[in-house]
Design a protein around this ligand. Sequence first.
Ligand code: C5P
Length: 289
Amino acid sequence: MIFRVGRNRLTVLAPAKINLHLEVLGKRPDGYHELETLLVSVSLHDSLVFTPRPADVVVETSDPGLGGGMENLVTRAADLIRCEAKRQEGVSIRLTKRIPMQAGLGGGSSDAAACLAGLNRWWNLGWSDQRLAELGAEIGSDVPFFFHTPAAVCRGRGEKVEPATIGRTLDVLLIKPDAGLSTADVFARVAVPEKPVPVDPITRALEHGGPEEVAALLHNRLEEPAASLSPAVAEIRRQSADWDCLGAKMSGSGSAFFAIAASKESARSLARSLRRRKLGRVFVVQTSN
Ligand code: C5P
């Protein structure tokens, strides 16, 4: 998260994430799945701008498909921290969306984390990232990660976060087909593997290896169930085998895919080729520092 402090205004940039590795370890009695996932944040951001207001909390968004009500994780985060901190004063929060929604890129979770971090600063609460991450876990499984960017292994439902290290910045392309996917629908179709793929090799490659080694170890257990739910995902999955890149995978529960490129120029060249094929919106990004 990046903060810009102005006079009577605070801007927080909320990054997207990709999952370099996602394994399902089991199904829990509460309906959630036990996960092991390696997340990295990337240089595609939403932004939240906080300005004063006399009484109530008002959330406005740039995306006509997302209202300011409780379906918006920013509104839920603002409500939660305001209640917990027993604050009466209002605030206006303007959310500008750039991260595609229903993409598995963590946009909603990152916005919620940025809202908690922003209001912590706006109201001078002085709460630790740990406390904010615990509060965030009540809103969504990916929220705690955004207090531990740029890389972490997340376990449990996603709330047990162990920071990881990025040795070399990765050049990454993101592609989001028009069709989105519901996280719950994708998890409902996943089969728990008998032999889970371990996260340690790719975590080590991220710290000590080059992009080729990271790309060779990409894994996402949710890719197959997502492809079975969405023809658009199945098509990108099929085509991604021929992309001129080091490796490609779906992110999180989809529907976006990412490709790891050997250089920024190579990512741009792949982006040009994919834009011509009109498979979806394409972004060229890098892992965050
Ligand atoms: O926590 P979040 O709201 O992001 O999760 C959305 C849905 O995805 C959950 O209701 C659940 O069905 C599924 N899920 C899961 N196991 C996880 C995370 C999410 O089954 N670890």
